[in-house]
Each structure stands twice: as structure tokens, then as C-alpha cells.
Design a protein around this ligand. Structure first.
Ligand code: TYD
Length: 211
């Protein structure tokens, strides 16, 4: 099973992925945790280019193709082999991030980006996508605090440096896309305690695993 996690900055995706991994492993499943951008060796190089504050001059179309390149490589080299080996794959961000950030955030066409995503994923769409929904004020405050604590403000701060208006559009994009794919994308309120969010996530995953 291929499960992706989506949401704006600071929604607690990595915390929830770690908690879900522990629950699934306790139930005897083999789990691979991965992420975009940067889930493959080549992707790690693309990630550095994509997130560095030094690259504020990266234009929207070039940014788009770098994310798509990262995705194509990641699917071919990491995700598809792991699923083939029977692992559950948990991925921190995937194709829906491109629609939310590059279409709704940057202003590129969402349907065109959906087609380009289809090319990049080569038939491998997630079985389930957990959208952690949170208001951007809260999310950004959390994300900036975390980045400062980890000392990666310059290395990985390009999106945190975007305006509140940008992140509001991204959130609205996610919500619109969740309405477009209601079977696959399930929204979870990310404002509560991590444990209660984890319980809601686990319930969605178990429903899908049993289906
Ligand atoms: P990441 O470290 O995953 O962010 P966070 O920990 O805040 O979730 O950084 C990925 C950044 O790249 C994030 O700001 C969203 C952006 N992004 C896109 O704009 N398009 C994409 O297709 C993907 C995968 C990520």
C-alpha cells in the first residue's frame, strides 16, 4: 500500500508518519518511509537546489520541472521497488504538493500539472493520501521555529520565506483538490494533539487496508 501525507508547512507530517510507521510495524508490516523532494540519491541533489534560499531566482516553470524530475526518479528507483517487495510505503509529500504549491501557490494551471504528474508517476498513484489541514498562521509559526532550531534557515528556507497569502492559496488548493479526489484524499484536522490526529490517521489507514 502506498500512502502519502500532504499539507502546508508545519502541519506535523513527519510526526504523524513516524507514529503511523510504529503502529504498522507493531502490527507486523514492513514499512518504508520516504519523502519528496529528496527521496532518491539524485533527488537529494535536486532537493538542495529546490529549497535553498540562494535560489530565490528559480522561475516557476523550472521549479515545476525539478519537482517532476525528483518524482519520476523517486517512483522508479524507490517507491515502485518497495511496493513490489511488499512494503507499505509512507511518503512525506507527493504529486498533490505540485498541484497545491506550483498551481494554486505559483499560479500555473492545475489541470496541466495533473497531466504532468501523471507522466512523472507513470501509473503509480497513492492508494490513500492523508491531508493534514491547518491554518497557515499556525503552520508557518511552527515551521519557522523548527527550521531555526535545526539551523537550516538558509539551506531550506525558500518556502517558509513565502508570504502568508501564498500559504493560504496552497491550503485552499489542497482543499479544492481533496474535493476533486474525495475517495483518495482524506482530510484530517491537524490542529489537535498529535495522539488524537494519529488515531484518526490510523483509522483511515486500517479502513483502506481492510477494503
Ligand atoms: P519539506 O522539507 O518537505 O517541507 P515541510 O517539512 O515543510 O513539509 O520541503 C518541501 C518543500 O517543497 C515544501 O515547502 C513544499 C515544496 N514542494 C513543492 O512546492 N512542490 C512539490 O511538488 C513538492 C513535493 C514540495
Amino acid at each position: 500500500m502506498f500512502i502519502t501525507f500532504e499539507g502546508i508547512e508545519g502541519t506535523g507530517k513527519s510526526t504523524q508518519i513516524a507514529l503511523l510507521k510504529a503502529s504498522l510495524e507493531a502490527a507486523g508490516r514492513s514499512v518504508l518511509v520516504t519523502c519528496e523532494p529528496g527521496g532518491s540519491r539524485i533527488g537529494a541533489e535536486l532537493r538542495r537546489v529546490l529549497l535553498s534560499l540562494e535560489n530565490r531566482d528559480l522561475c516557476a516553470r523550472a521549479e515545476l520541472f525539478l519537482y517532476l524530475a525528483d518524482r519520476a526518479q523517486h517512483v522508479a528507483q524507490v517507491v515502485r521497488p518497495a511496493l513490489g517487495a511488499g512494503q507499505v510505503v509512507l511518503c512525506d509529500r507527493f504529486a498533490d504538493s505540485t498541484v497545491a504549491y506550483q498551481a494554486y501557490g505559483r499560479g500555473l494551471d492545475a489541470e496541466l500539472l495533473h497531466s504532468l504528474n501523471a507522466l512523472a508517476v507513470d501509473g503509480l498513484w497513492p492508494h490513500l493520501t492523508i491531508l493534514l489541514d491547518l491554518d497557515p498562521e499556525t503552520g508557518l509559526t511552527r515551521a519557522v521555529a523548527r527550521n531555526t532550531a535545526e539551523g537550516k534557515t538558509v539551506a531550506e528556507g525558500r518556502f517558509e520565506a513565502e508570504s502568508l497569502a501564498f500559504h493560504t492559496r496552497v491550503r485552499q488548493g489542497y482543499q479544492a483538490w481533496a474535493r476533486r479526489f474525495p475517495e483518495r484524499i482524506r482530510t484530517v484536522d491537524a490542529s489537535g494533539a498529535p495522539e488524537s490526529i494519529a488515531a484518526a490517521v490510523l483509522q483511515l489507514v486500517e479502513t483502506h487496508l481492510n477494503a
